[in-house]
Design a protein around this ligand. Structure first.
Ligand code: BG6
Ligand code: MG
Length: 217
């Protein structure tokens, strides 16, 4: 087994796609006759597309047939894909490349551990795909965060023991998943929201190389 592995969530950690997910859900909610606020969108972070739609329909007190449900899931995703169509490297969150470069220069294996089924095309668009040795996303897992499945699968594919993995996450469900996997959890965002994280930084600009080097040693 290699010594250490680093696992990154995608949405909200590497790129700020939450705003595009929000716009697509907001559009669907409007079509269904109710308003969907940015505050409610917080509940959708780290949550699978299917689960998000279940929650959205509960919010709107709407019951759907399986066929309607599938149609709305497809519609939301098509709108989301239209929003991210022109995405490029300028949408990478601050200092993500510095952290990836530092890990690469230390020959540390890197994985993506995301709930999104659109992870691969997004990494391609922002030109970060080549940094990742392993990609585990919404297409590979059956259980959503806070279940640790996504991170355990990433660790296994990296050939690293879970206890030797470090996870970067912006969602509480993701921190809980990392903790359940017995990995080191690092919150990226609000420390109050991400309570339970082993460490928390507002964003990567607040995480210096000395901290990363301490993790590595
Ligand atoms: C997560 C996002 O990364 O992916 C969620 O935080 C999103 O908001 C989920 O619902 C699923 O994404 P996708 O791209 O498969 O609809
Ligand atoms: Mg996220």
């Amino acid at each position: 087994m290699k010594t250490m592995g680093f696992i990154f969530d995608l949405d909200g950690v590497i790129v700020d796609t939450a705003k595009y997910h929000y716009l697509a859900w907001k559009k669907l909610a409007a079509e269904l006759g109710f308003e969907f606020t940015e505050e409610q969108n917080e509940l959708f972070k780290g949550v699978s597309r299917k689960r998000c739609l279940e929650i959205l329909l509960q919010m709107g007190h709407i019951t759907a047939t399986q066929e309607q449900f599938n149609t709305w899931m497809t519609e939301k995703n098509e709108d989301y894909l239209a929003y991210i169509e022109d995405m490029d490297a300028s949408e990478i969150l601050p200092d993500v490349p510095r952290v990836l470069d530092l890990l690469k220069s230390n020959h540390v294996p890197i994985a993506l551990g995301s709930a999104s089924k659109n992870a691969r095309p997004i990494l391609e668009k922002v030109q970060l795909l080549s940094y990742f040795d392993v990609i585990v996303d919404g297409n590979n897992v059956t259980k959503a965060k806070p279940d640790p499945e996504v991170f355990l699968l990433a660790a296994k594919s990296l050939g690293v023991a879970p206890a030797s993995c470090v996870v970067f996450e912006d969602a509480l469900a993701g921190i809980e998943a990392a903790n359940a996997a017995k990995m080191t959890s690092i919150g990226i965002g609000d420390a109050v929201v991400l309570h339970g994280a082993d460490f928390c930084f507002r964003d990567f600009t607040q995480m210096d190389n000395a901290f990363l080097n301490r993790l590595l040693n």
